[in-house]
Design a protein around this ligand. Structure first.
Ligand code: NAG
Ligand code: NAG
Ligand code: NAG
Ligand code: NAG
Ligand code: NAG
Ligand code: NAG
Ligand code: NAG
Ligand code: NAG
Length: 455
C-alpha cells in the first residue's frame, strides 16, 4: 500500500514537473497573444509596422487562431468570447480557417456558431475543446450549436470533450427527473448542426457526451469520415451520430463506441450511406424509434455496408412505436460482421420504453429491407423480426447469413419471424433464420390499403 502511495506521489510530482515545463514554454506565447498582438513578422517591410485590429490581420492570412482573439487555452478560463470572435471574423473571409491550436485546451460555454458565412470555412481543431462540467447538468439541447452554414468543414487531430460523466450516474438521473418532474431527461448533444448544407467532419475525436455526440438536424449533404467517438458502454443514452430530417449523408471510416446507438437514423432521412465503420461498444446501427406518439415517419434509401459491430445490444435494427404512420423503405444492410452482439438482426415494431405500451393498429410500414452477408457471433438470439399485426413487413430479403452463438455452452433462442414476408437465399445459419413467410394476395392487399404516403 505504502509503495503504491509513493509511486502515486512520484507520479504526481512528475506530472507537475512536466506541466510546469509545458506552461513555461507556452507562457511567453500566451502573454504575447494576451496583448492581442497578431503573430506577424514585423521585420517584413512589406507589412505595416503595427496592426491594430484583428480585421486588418485577415488581409495577410486566412487563419484565425483563437489565441489571437484572447483565448487563454488553459482549460480553466472561459474562452467562449475568443472563440466567438474568431468565428465572426473568419466568417467574413472566403476560405478562412478558425484554428484551435494543438497542445492547448479551451473551455467553452454553450455556444451557437451561426452562418451564413463565406464559403469553404474550416474549423481546424488540433487542440481540445472542453465543456464546463455544468453543461452536462444543464437542460440545454446542445453544447456547440452550428446553424445555417454551407460548405463548411470541421477537421483536425484534436478532441471535443463534452465532460458528460457528471450525468452518467443513472440513479442520479432518476433523482433529477423526480426533482424536476421531468421524465424525458434533456441533456446536451456535443455538436449539433441545424439547417446546414454540404458539411464535412473529419479526423477529430468527440468524447464523453452527456447524451448524443454528433447530431445533424434538417440538413443536406453531410460527410463524416475518419472520426472517433468514444463514451463508456454504461453511459446512458449516449448516441454516437444522430440523423434527423437529413438527406444525402455519407458516414465512413470511423470508430464509434458509446452507451447507445452507434448511428441513429430518424424520420425525414433519405439517401444515407454508412460504410467501413466500427461500432464498439453500444447498441449498433438503428433506424428509429419511429412513429412515437402516433407521429408520421418517413425513411428511405438507406444503405449500410462493410461495418463491424462488437459487444453491442443489436447489430442492425429498425424499431418503431405502435400507432405511428408512414414508411421505412429500401434499406439494405450488407457485409456486416458482428462479434458478441446480443441480437444481430432486429425489426421491432412493438418498441416501448416502459413495461408495456398500449396495443394500437396503426404502424409505420416497413418494406424492401435487405440483409446480405451478415456473419459472426451473437449472445442471445440470431434474428428477431417482430412486425406489426396490422401492417406486416414486406419484401424482406435474407441472403448468406452465418451466425453462431458466442459461447458453446449457451442455449440460444431460435430466430423469430413474426408477420415478416419475403425471400431467403443462399447459405443461412442457424437454420431457424429461414423463417420468412411467403407473400400472399391477402398481405399484398393489406399493404396496398396503406393510406399514408411519404414524399
Ligand atoms: C450515483 O448517485 C447516487 C445518488 O445520487 C449516489 O448515492 C452514488 O454514490 C452515485 N454513484 C457513483 C458511482 O457516483
Ligand atoms: C452542395 O454541394 C453540391 C455538390 O457539390 C452542389 O451542387 C450544391 O450546390 C451545394 N449546395 C450548397 C447549398 O452549397
Ligand atoms: C485520420 O485522422 C487522424 C487525426 O485524427 C490523422 O492523423 C490521419 O492521418 C487521418 N487519416 C486519414 C486516412 O485521413
Ligand atoms: C430513393 O431512391 C430512388 C431511386 O434512386 C429515387 O427515385 C427516390 O426519389 C429516392 N427517395 C428519396 C426520398 O429521395
Ligand atoms: C434504394 O436506395 C439506394 C441508395 O441507398 C438507391 O441507390 C436505389 O436506387 C434505391 N432503390 C429504389 C428502388 O428506390
Ligand atoms: C398486446 O397484444 C399482445 C398480443 O398481440 C398481448 O400479448 C399483449 O398483452 C397486448 N398488450 C396490451 C397492453 O394490451
Ligand atoms: C460460457 O458460458 C458459461 C456459462 O454461462 C460461462 O461459465 C463461461 O465462462 C462462458 N465462456 C466464455 C468463453 O465466455
Ligand atoms: C386511412 O384509412 C383508414 C381505413 O382504410 C381510415 O379509417 C382512416 O381514416 C384513413 N386515414 C386517413 C388520414 O385518411
Amino acid at each position: 500500500m505504502r509503495d503504491r502511495n509513493q509511486l502515486l506521489v512520484s507520479h504526481v510530482v512528475l506530472c507537475l514537473a512536466i506541466f510546469s515545463k509545458l506552461s513555461s514554454t507556452a507562457s511567453p506565447i500566451r502573454t504575447k497573444y494576451g496583448r492581442h498582438e497578431p503573430a506577424l513578422d514585423h521585420s517584413d517591410r512589406s507589412l505595416p509596422s503595427r496592426v491594430h485590429h484583428y480585421g486588418s490581420y485577415t488581409r495577410y492570412s486566412k487563419t484565425f487562431s483563437v489565441l489571437f482573439f484572447g483565448a487563454a487555452g488553459d482549460g480553466i478560463a472561459d474562452d467562449s468570447k475568443a472563440f466567438k470572435a474568431a468565428w465572426k471574423a473568419a466568417c467574413l473571409v472566403p476560405g478562412a480557417t478558425i484554428l484551435i491550436p494543438s497542445e492547448f485546451k479551451f473551455l467553452i460555454r454553450p455556444i451557437t456558431l451561426k452562418g451564413p458565412c463565406m464559403p469553404h470555412l474550416v474549423l481546424q481543431i488540433d487542440g481540445t475543446l472542453v465543456a464546463p462540467l455544468s453543461v452536462a447538468k444543464s437542460k440545454l439541447l446542445q453544447w456547440v450549436n452550428i446553424k445555417w452554414i454551407h460548405d463548411f468543414t470541421i477537421q483536425g487531430s484534436g478532441t471535443v470533450d463534452g465532460q458528460g460523466f457528471a450525468l452518467w450516474n443513472v440513479s442520479e438521473i432518476h433523482h433529477l427527473e423526480k426533482e424536476t418532474k421531468d421524465d424525458s431527461s434533456v441533456r446536451p448533444t456535443v455538436i449539433r448542426f441545424y439547417k446546414c448544407y454540404n458539411v464535412t467532419i473529419r479526423g477529430i475525436q468527440i468524447i464523453n457526451s452527456p447524451q448524443c455526440h454528433l447530431k445533424f438536424d434538417n440538413s443536406l449533404g453531410v460527410k463524416v469520415k475518419n472520426i472517433t467517438i468514444s463514451s463508456p458502454e454504461d453511459s446512458p443514452n449516449t448516441d454516437g451520430i444522430h440523423l434527423q430530417n437529413t438527406r444525402d449523408v455519407e458516414i465512413k471510416h470511423s470508430d464509434i463506441g458509446c452507451g447507445d446507438d452507434c448511428v441513429s437514423i430518424q424520420t425525414g432521412c433519405s439517401n444515407v450511406h454508412i460504410h467501413h465503420i466500427r461500432c464498439n461498444p453500444g447498441h449498433g446501427i438503428s433506424v428509429g424509434g419511429l412513429g412515437k406518439g402516433n407521429s408520421l415517419a418517413c425513411v428511405s434509401n438507406i444503405s449500410v455496408d462493410n461495418i463491424i459491430v462488437q459487444n453491442a445490444l443489436s447489430g442492425v435494427r429498425i424499431k418503431t412505436w405502435q400507432g405511428g404512420v408512414g414508411s421505412v423503405k429500401n434499406v439494405s444492410f450488407s457485409n456486416v460482421q458482428v462479434d458478441n452482439v446480443d441480437i444481430p438482426i432486429v425489426i421491432d415494431q412493438y418498441y416501448c420504453n416502459k413495461k408495456s405500451c398500449r396495443n394500437k393498429t396503426d404502424a409505420v410500414a416497413i418494406s424492401e429491407v435487405k440483409y446480405r452477408r451478415i456473419s459472426g457471433t451473437y449472445s442471445f438470439q440470431p434474428m428477431h423480426l417482430a412486425c406489426s399485426d396490422s401492417t406486416p413487413c414486406t419484401s424482406v430479403a435474407l441472403m448468406d447469413i452465418q451466425l453462431s452463438p458466442v459461447n458453446e455452452s449457451l442455449v440460444p433462442q431460435e430466430a423469430l419471424c413474426w408477420k415478416s414476408y419475403g425471400d431467403s437465399q443462399g447459405f443461412l445459419q442457424p437454420s431457424s433464420i429461414s423463417c420468412l413467410h411467403k407473400i400472399t394476395r391477402l398481405i399484398k392487399a393489406l399493404t396496398k390499403s396503406q393510406n399514408y404516403t411519404c414524399y
